[in-house]
Design a protein around this ligand. Structure first.
Ligand code: G3P
Ligand code: CA
Length: 281
């Protein structure tokens, strides 16, 4: 992407953020029917993407939990946001170059680097712990070093734990969504993006993508960075039968005045004072 395109994207993104987040936000925007999803397991109260975070969210009565997954060198799916263990554990290295045993030897750490006595969970451990008690929004991250078979390995785990009816796969990466659809068309899919470019049929999801409703025909929800979308586009998506979630909103007063269907947050309990405990499925 050229520098001009990057500048254009940033300007439009910031403009949209200002309009929707500053002028129209308010704590009364959390309607009862907005689905609340615990981001990275519920990272506000426990280490991100940890089993503790997932269990804590379940105990809070959260109806939807989001996690990120990566694939190890020996083909296991583990729950981690980054493609390395450097930021979140007391080890270092690329997950795609480590075995599950090597990952299991590590501990998640606090921000100051203190080991926390628990490790990176596998997807299987999270699926087993959840057992369909809440909806799982499973994000497949694709980095340059991500093993090619990650989608197939995830689908195998979903089949093994009979989880298809209570999970949705989301990704910034269109190829991931296409591969999952090819492998198993019945799996629910959601598209992640930072923003819709105002007035143009373009999305910014880390790169610029043409966004036509035909292209995302199999996607049930478009999930934008808070402030990255206008009511006009939300209306268009709704008319096309799609839902809209926003991420990552960590205070009710930051919710923009938009007719959205879901909020992804590190602090799900802050949004659960009303009766919005219905999963977005
Ligand atoms: O669910 C949306 C959100 O998880 C996307 O951003 O970087 O936290 O995975 P990130
Ligand atoms: Ca995520």
């Amino acid at each position: 992407m050229s520098i001009l395109a990057v500048v254009l994207v940033c300007a439009v993104w910031l403009g949209a953020s200002f309009v929707s987040a500053k002028l129209f936000s308010g704590s009364d925007r959390v309607r009862d029917d907005i689905a609340i999803t615990a981001h990275r397991g519920g990272a506000g109260y426990a280490p991100e993407n940890s089993l503790t975070a997932v269990l804590r969210s379940l105990n809070m009565g959260v109806s939807s939990i989001e996690i990120d997954v990566q694939q190890t060198k020996d083909g296991h799916i583990v729950v981690c946001h980054d493609n390395t263990v450097d930021r979140t554990t007391n080890g270092s290295g690329k997950i795609s170059e480590m075995t599950l045993d090597e990952i299991r030897a590590l501990q998640l750490v606090a921000e100051d680097g203190t080991p926390l006595g628990e490790g990176i969970p596998t997807l299987g451990e999270v699926l087993e712990a959840m057992g369909g008690r809440a909806h799982l929004l499973l994000e497949i991250k694709r980095y340059a070093d991500t093993p090619d078979e990650i989608e197939g390995a995830v689908v195998k785990q979903l089949e093994r734990y009979d989880a298809e009816s209570w999970i949705t796969i989301q990704s910034f990466n269109d190829k991931v969504l296409e591969r999952i659809y090819d492998l198993k068309p019945s799996i629910h899919l959601e598209k992640l993006a930072f923003c819709k470019i105002l007035g143009l049929p373009l999305l910014f999801d880390g790169g610029l993508r043409v966004c036509t409703l035909r292209k995302y025909a199999h996607v049930e929800s478009m999930n934008f960075f808070a402030g990255g979308v206008t009511q006009l586009y939300v209306d268009r998506l709704h008319k096309a039968g799609k839902r809209v979630r926003l991420w990552t909103i960590n205070a009710p007063e930051k919710v923009p005045c938009l007719d959205i269907d879901g909020i992804i947050t590190d602090y799900p309990d802050l949004f659960m004072t009303r009766s919005n405990k219905t999963p977005l499925q």
